[in-house]
Design a binder for this molecule. Structure first.
Ligand SMILES: CC(C)(COP(=O)(O)OP(=O)(O)OC[C@H]1O[C@@H](n2cnc3c(N)ncnc32)[C@H](O)[C@@H]1OP(=O)(O)O)[C@@H](O)C(=O)NCCC(=O)NCCS
Ligand SMILES: CC(=O)OP(=O)(O)O
Length: 322
């Protein structure tokens, strides 16, 4: 079954609540109203009701069925402040919390943390740092993990791949890169991708020597130790990872080269540039970034997203909450 049809079947009628902190954005409004009308998600909007209604009118949608919470006028605000201060274990004072929680991304993330909603979708307007920092500080990573990372599902016709990390870790060390590789394989399975993980580089199996290449080769070894059964190889150039004929020449003994489905980039510059090239030149649909490893689902859109991207990432976020 098509990926999103299967996600819809999983979440339909479950009343999963997704908070949208950017509720005056036309793409968010249209996608959220559609999700609500199709009985897939119960949206919660953040902001001043009059402003949201004005934006809805301009977008040609009606939001009368959607719950709106205003961080500047919220009856349980002081309780939320106390819960935040407790969660931050002395890293933020009450005064800081009172300011921070007026920010819709902090407020929305606290709603997720407190279980008042099931997930959050933001980032159509805010840059990634501002969208995900509250989640890193409040929601935190699952036990056994140290890093959150951002994966994209890349789809075109019958091709589906996973790219990571394209969103969060600017220059992961080999241990962090290994963790990203193993976590990405798990995420791939959620989206019916059989994980064959390539750790990418500008070198294939020692064809070039540099500290950057050594980092990737070491990460591949560490990742294999973390999950000995995982089909994984590195370091590999993209052509060796993807094109069978090139794989025969550059990495003939690899079980992954030429047939990789999960592509792990060595650092964020290449990861973020790489997914955008595949999307904009290659015509792949890029769904994400799906944040991996968090205790509860928070998703960050690209500011270049359209209504359909918001709709689909919201389906994924709701499914992650199940
Ligand atoms: C994600 C990012 C904003 C975090 O940066 P930061 O806020 O300066 O991070 P800090 O080091 O101050 O850490 C803030 C908190 O987040 C946690 N954290 C930081 N990076 C993390 C990660 N990858 N995984 C899990 N937790 C992380 C820290 O442990 C810290 O927690 P604490 O406050 O409880 O101690 C930063 O790495 C970044 O800007 N990445 C690139 C984002 C981007 O522009 N992507 C391209 C577009 S998608
Ligand atoms: C994922 C991403 O690149 O986000 P943005 O385009 O908002 O920077």
């Amino acid at each position: 079954m098509e990926l999103f049809e299967s996600l819809k079947q999983k979440i339909k009628g479950k009343n999963l609540r997704i908070v949208f902190p950017e509720a005056t954005d036309e793409r968010i409004l249209k996608a959220a109203v559609r999700l609500q009308q199709e009985n897939l998600v119960e949206p919660v909007f953040l902001g001043a009701a009059e402003e949201i209604q004005k934006a809805a009118l301009a977008a040609g949608v009606t939001t009368s069925q959607i719950k709106i919470l205003d961080p500047n006028n919220y009856s349980d605000f002081e309780q939320m402040v106390d819960a935040f201060v407790e969660r931050r274990h002395g890293k933020n004072t009450k005064e800081q919390a009172q300011k921070m929680l007026r920010d819709p991304n902090y407020f929305g993330t606290m709603l997720v943390f407190l279980g008042q909603v099931d997930g959050m979708v933001s980032g159509a307007v805010h840059p990634t740092g501002d969208t995900v920092r509250p989640a890193l500080q409040i929601i935190k990573v699952k036990p056994g993990l140290t890093r959150t990372s951002g994966a994209f599902i890349m789809q075109k016709d019958d091709q589906r791949y996973l790219f990571a990390d394209c969103a969060i870790n600017i220059n992961p060390n080999s241990q962090e890169l290994a963790e990203i590789a193993v976590t990405s394989a798990k995420t791939a399975q959620l989206f019916d991708i059989d994980p064959k993980v390539a750790l990418l580089s500008f070198s294939t199996k020692g064809s070039a020597k540099s500290d950057e290449v050594t980092k990737v080769a070491e990460a591949a070894k560490l990742a294999q130790q973390m999950d000995p059964d995982l089909a994984l190889d590195g370091e590999l150039q993209f052509d060796a990872a993807f094109v069978p004929k090139v794989a025969q020449q550059k990495a003939p003994n690899s079980a992954v080269a030429g047939q990789a489905t999960v592509f792990v980039f060595p650092e964020l510059q290449s990861g973020n540039i790489g997914y955008k090239i595949a999307q904009r030149f290659g015509g792949f649909e890029a769904i994400g970034p799906v944040l991996q490893g968090l205790n509860k689902p928070v998703s960050d859109l690209s500011r270049g997203c359209n209504e359909e991207d918001v709709y689909k990432l919201s389906l994924i976020t709701a499914a992650q909450a199940l």
